[in-house]
Design a protein around this ligand. Sequence first.
Ligand code: PEP
Ligand code: MG
Length: 576
Amino acid sequence: MQKLKGLGVSHGISIGKAVLKEIHPMTIPERRIEKECILRELERLDSAIEKVVSDIDHLIDEYAFSDVDREILHSHKLILQDPELRKNVSRILDENMVGLENAVHRHFSYAIDLFEKMDNAYYAERVSDYREVANRLLGHMMGYEDDILSKLHNDSILVLEEIPVSLLTKVSKKGIAGVVAEIGSRTSHSSIVARALGIPAVVGVENLLKSVSNDQELILDGYAGEVILSPSQQNITLYKHMIEQERYRSEQLLKLVDLPAKTKDGVRINLRCNIELPDELAHVKRINADGIGLFRTEFIYIGDMELPSENEQFEQYKMIAEALKPNPVIIRTVDIGGDKLHASINLRHEENPNLGCRGIRLSLRNPEMFHAQLKAILRASHYGNIKVMFPMVSSLDELLRAKQHMNECMNELRKNEIPFDEEIKLGVMIEVPSAAMISDTLAQHCDFFSIGTNDLIQYTLAVDRTSENVTDYYNPYHPAIMHLITLIVQNARKYNLPVSVCGEMASDRDFVPILLGLGITELSVNPGSLLIIKEFISKIDSSILVDLVLDILDQITSKNVQKTIVRWRDKYGIKV
Ligand code: PEP
Ligand code: MG
């Protein structure tokens, strides 16, 4: 038995047999061609592109893809249809007199190399799209037949170097037990799609392909990010038991759907969802959330090559607001920049994009884009309970300027007699330490705070939240974080300002009692965690939380903060 460690990117446990997708060592023919053959080679390229594009179209038609999947496949088509591809290949043919396969290979290798050097998460993820498109195109030209589908069964665990999204969508229709890959990150397209398709997945497993052989028995633990090779009978029994428990637990949790989130002593907590895409609305309704506490709108921007128009945005916001009325939908204006980039916004290369032109800074620099979004939000506010909030605010000046833009948009709508909610609430995300420090001032200029603990931790502890290299420094238990959150809540309380938490801390049972103890009654969590948090809240008696908070604030090390949480749970017999 051997255990390999990776990153659990899609929850679930499965036991099954390995099916290895061999990486074809595509031997690119070193063929030389004569000048008069160039035209024929280009015709071959055109017909190969046409075939692969039609394969993708076929795939889109055949399967009921979510919008995310369709976007991804669409982006593959755009790579193939990019005129630069043909132009470059033609130039390479002309300059080097090599065969078509070689020229196509050189074109893609150059692009992939370039993206890899960019040291930027957005482009890093485009690398896998380019690889996939290159493999498809070359595979087609060289006649490789991928017969992987015929080898897969319900109990197969697909083992491969990197998960191509198109393969994932195909295999999910056949039904497989899980996927494990050597390369990948939590935010890569394939991980997002694996989660959406409910396929347990572990990525980033070093030496995977060297260690696993076809048909080998595997246990895949998408929670712990582990793969056990040739497990012992004892292990199999243990994991089968865990699968049973998982099934039972989801059945139990579903019973909570219609109950309000309340502490044991009856304090009502508003439990909302964080969403990235309008597609998630159905899930939000199914689990009966108290609305949306964070709509990360940048994802509707990032998916497309073009920025969405005011009207396109309006339709989406309106649809969500109407569906969830009277519950609130808190729309965050775009937080593009940092690790989230957009093809059509020409961001200057920054050595450190997380400290660069991101979030509200970018909106303030692009008034046209900002106004389109603000007007879309305002117009949609007429149809439901919409609130708006600004990300990455770091000073009062930024907030005042953003409000000025909001006023201009309101005036324009009034002038054109377009209705909107004149009382629309305007919030600030507190996720930068400077905003936390001046929260007393900011509180006097907005209607609510939403604490973004993900970035608050990143910027307070000076640790890149996406870097695998410093994960142990990304420590939410750090006393500085406890004190900053307390400061924000205390400052908000002076002005009766509602405070919610929408960072990952709100989805973590270690921190929920502290947040409630501070008097926070609004949490916005991942849809997948909502019922778990609802259940946990129902076990807590709010009257004992003030002492917990005082105890936590006395601790001077992260370890002791963590120990205090565990000690408190043990004392009151609260199980997680
Ligand atoms: C946060 O920073 O906590 C947050 C919710 O925003 P995002 O994760 O989208 O940066
Ligand atoms: Mg943030």
